[in-house]
Design a protein around this ligand. Structure first.
Ligand code: MF3
Ligand code: CO
Ligand code: CO
Length: 284
């Protein structure tokens, strides 16, 4: 969206005084506090919320149609056409040269799986579908796991416990807590289940751009890192491995991330808004 509109919103909807004051107080105490410009205003939040509604509908449509035997290109087609039908745009297409409209990551693929007409979903696969939707210039980003046909108990458990990791991360994302609190909570839970947490990739601020500050690590220390200020919009998107945490990047396409030990990996993602009393999931 154009600069002028932002300037207008800035003027008409300034960040509330008491929030600016508290941010400045924290800065004085050498806490990491995001720049004021990243605090979303009501008009922006409404825009991101609307993008979130379409994003959720896209993933619901994928949920209705996904099945064994389908190619990952067919998932790309579903996401692409449904998104267009709703006057929205798929953010991945052309993003830093990414060639498709959605990421589809299967089994040991951690994320950024590129849809292909040569790749089929098989009975027993666990599949992450990650959609980022732009509506009227505002971004919402979410992903879900899908179990294809008869999935082993081990894989089902990984999928369910990873969803729990996201929920625990969201519960930790309280106003005036820190990004480190989110990572700490996720890491602690994942470890207790014998899983490892991917460190090389993380969540991110989102809303006016695809990836904004801060980086949201899914490991961390309590009270460390960027403070979570009401009005921040960010993703939490833990990638959890059954084996070790190490990952490698596909040397041919330079996008797809795999577990180094070829163990299974799962991921769930939501876009959330930090509010004065807690948080709100914008991609439900
Ligand atoms: N949607 C991913 C995320 O959660 C980013 C994908 S980048 C792409 O941040 F280019 F691969 F689409
Ligand atoms: Co995403
Ligand atoms: Co994301």
């Amino acid at each position: 969206m154009d600069e002028k509109l932002w300037a207008e919103i800035d003027e008409k909807e300034p960040v509330p005084e008491h929030i600016l004051n508290r941010m400045n107080e924290l800065r004085k105490h050498h806490k990491e506090v995001i720049d004021d410009e990243y605090i979303k205003r009501p008009t922006m939040i409404e825009g991101i919320r609307k993008a979130g509604v379409i994003n959720t509908a896209v993933l619901d449509e994928v949920a209705r149609q996904i099945r064994a035997g389908m190619t990952t290109q067919e998932i790309d087609d579903i996401v692409s056409s449904f998104t267009k039908e709703h006057q929205a745009i798929c953010a991945p297409l052309g993003y830093e040269g990414y060639p498709k409209s959605v990421c589809v990551s299967i089994n040991e693929e951690v994320c950024h799986g590129i849809p292909s007409r040569f790749r089929k979903l098989h009975d027993g696969d666990i599949v992450n579908v990650d959609c980022t939707t732009i509506l009227d210039g505002y971004y919402a980003d979410a992903s879900r796991m899908f179990c294809i046909g008869n999935v082993s108990a081990e894989r089902k458990k990984l999928v369910e416990e990873t969803k729990k990791c996201l929920e625990i991360g969201i519960a930790a994302a309280q106003p005036w807590a820190t990004v480190g609190d989110i990572g700490y909570a996720i890491q602690k839970y994942a470890k207790s289940k014998g899983y490892s947490v991917v460190r090389d990739l993380g969540g991110h601020g989102v809303g006016l751009e695809f990836h904004e500050d801060p980086f949201v690590a899914h490991v961390g220390q309590r009270g460390k890192g960027m403070v979570l200020v009401p009005g921040m919009v960010l993703t939490i998107e833990p990638m959890i491995n059954r084996g070790k945490a190490g990952v490698v990047i596909d040397p041919y396409n330079d996008w797809t991330i795999y577990t180094k030990d070829k163990s299974d990996s799962a991921q769930w993602e939501h876009t959330i808004l930090i509010t004065e009393t807690g948080n709100e999931i914008l991609t439900y």
